[in-house]
Design a protein around this ligand. Structure first.
Ligand code: FAD
Ligand code: SF4
Length: 465
């Protein structure tokens, strides 16, 4: 069938419908309904098939976006899934969680004026539909006698495992958590990424021959030395789990929780199919969440689902400067969160041994003589927000692993592992690293890109090239 080159003029960008708001606010299920077949056809045909596709360059794994949009438009879902998997180990995950407005869709030629092609949703649709049709990625049966140890079963470790298995190399993946996925499972809430998606990938990787050793912490249960001695190479993808420093005024443990502890507890109960134990501490309470990134929105929206009576997000800069995705901010607003900008906490007000309110001061951005900007408190602008619980989401940095130094693996002053850029090889040639532990807290798609690149380099290394 001939492509309608005017489709982008005739048909507006259309995002998939969201489920009913009341249901959204009470359940930990994905909020977007699947694209209907007609919608997929209309939306994929809007692509201009640009000669130099900026979306593809901006996508960190350089997906062949215009090509799989065309295949999907022609109904060739299995071909589209194969092509999409050739560059991305987990397209169904990226389609759900990538901040597309800052990546592929933000660079779509149609973005200014017509509305970008809904790339993320179509990427998700292709894999979901292909899996429903019974399609599975191909892995060779026969494996080499070489074995690679992967530390960390987050997106970086899993992507590396996927590509090594495709190359016929055995992998053993170690993780201290009880289940795979890293932050995909224990950080990102189920209303963005349902746990079934990760469980499906777990099964596919098991079927492909991956060996998982879960509930095992390197440096505690097993030493790195042991892994280095018994494997052809080691890939470290342990992420970033230490919260960035908090204002001292918040260090009053009983009223305050850190985002990652909060989300991890809720996600652990969901993965274990248990009642959410934190519900009792949040239901009917006033929650204040400090920060402006995606983790802030995740804490806000989790609190709403746990029945908080009021949730307020407070950010020290203005709305425009928030580092998170616009889509997630909009979702949090729709679900009933209030937001206050240009404000920083300066104290807690405790009454009868209970948190009564958080005291804030307004801030303003000042340009210094060196041209750099800083935030200053505005004198006399203090105000209070009533609160029962404060959650902080200020970002994360790597933990200090003593065991890294045993093998000359070097880190920078933030604790990030130093690697040779393209090769992802550490100062010890047998040890590679990638994902957040190298980049600092970043994105799922960057972790996947690193996992894929590391697998390529590890293969070269163990084959002696
Ligand atoms: P991780 O996913 O952190 O995985 C590291 C794994 O290593 C973990 O499973 C951990 O248990 C394991 N590990 C650590 N130390 C050891 C040890 N000593 N021994 C054994 N195992 C160990 N990105 C997006 O693109 N979109 C989003 O919507 C998004 N939302 C987010 C929401 C939250 C709340 C957070 C915190 C992050 C979010 N991110 C998002 C960022 C994204 O999740 C990370 O960038 C990504 O998961 C990093 O992947 P990774 O594999 O490097 O590390
Ligand atoms: Fe866009 Fe992320 Fe998919 Fe790349 S992986 S096409 S950036 S949604």
């Amino acid at each position: 069938m001939k492509k309608n080159v005017n489709k982008f003029i005739e048909t507006n960008r259309q995002d998939p419908a969201k489920i009913n708001l009341e249901e959204r606010k009470s359940r930990f299920i994905e909020i977007y309904q699947p694209l209907a077949n007609e919608q997929l056809k209309d939306q994929s045909e809007r692509c201009l098939d640009c000669g130099n596709p900026y979306c593809q360059w901006k996508c960190p794994v350089h997906n062949y976006i215009p090509l799989w949009l065309k295949l999907a438009n022609e109904g060739r879902i299995i071909d589209a899934a194969k092509l999409s998997h050739s560059t991305n180990a987990f397209p169904e995950i990226c389609g759900r969680v990538c901040p597309q407005d800052r990546l592929c869709e933000g660079s779509c030629t149609l973005e200014n004026g017509f509305g970008a092609v809904t790339i993320g949703n179509i990427e998700k649709y292709i894999s979901d539909e292909a899996f429903k049709l019974g399609w599975k990625p191909d892995y060779p049966e026969k494996k080499s006698d070489k074995k690679v140890a992967i530390i960390g079963a987050g997106p970086a470790g899993l992507a590396c495992a996927d590509r090594l298995l495709q190359a016929g190399i055995n992998v053993v993946i170690y993780d201290r958590n009880s289940f795979i996925g890293g932050l995909l499972t224990f950080g990102i809430p189920a209303f963005k990424l349902e746990k079934e998606i990760i469980k499906n990938r777990y099964q596919l990787l098991l079927d492909a021959g991956a060996e998982f050793k879960l509930g095992i912490e390197i440096g505690k249960d097993i030493e790195l030395t042991e892994l280095v001695a018994s494997h052809a190479a080691v890939f470290i993808a342990t992420g970033t789990y230490q919260s960035l420093s908090e204002p001292a005024i918040l260090n009053h443990g009983i009223f305050h929780t850190e985002a990652i502890d909060y989300l991890q507890q809720v996600n652990q109960d969901l993965i274990d199919n248990k009642e959410i134990s934190l519900k009792g501490s949040i239901e009917g309470k006033k929650i204040v969440v400090l920060g402006g990134g995606d983790t802030t929105m995740d804490c806000i929206r989790t609190s709403i689902r746990l029945g908080a009576s009021k949730v307020t997000g407070i950010y020290r800069r203005n709305e425009k400067s928030m580092p998170g995705s616009k889509r997630e901010y909009q979702n949090a607003c729709e679900e009933g969160s209030e937001f206050i900008f240009n404000s920083q906490p300066v104290g807690l007000i405790i009454r009868d041994e209970k948190l009564h309110a958080v005291k804030f001061v307004k801030t303003e951005q000042v340009t210094n003589s060196d041209g750099k900007t800083s935030l200053e408190h505005i004198a006399g602008s203090e105000f209070e927000i009533e609160a029962d619980v404060v959650i902080t989401a200020f970002g994360f940095k790597p933990e200090q692993y003593q065991w890294l130094t045993q093998h000359q693996v070097q880190t920078d002053h933030h604790g990030r592992i130093r690697v040779q850029k393209e090769r992802l090889q550490t100062a010890n040639p047998k040890i590679f690293a990638g994902g957040d532990i190298v980049r600092g807290a970043s994105l799922v798609v960057h972790a996947i890109a690193d996992g894929i690149a590391a697998a390529r380099e590890i293969k070269e290394f163990i084959e002696g090239n």
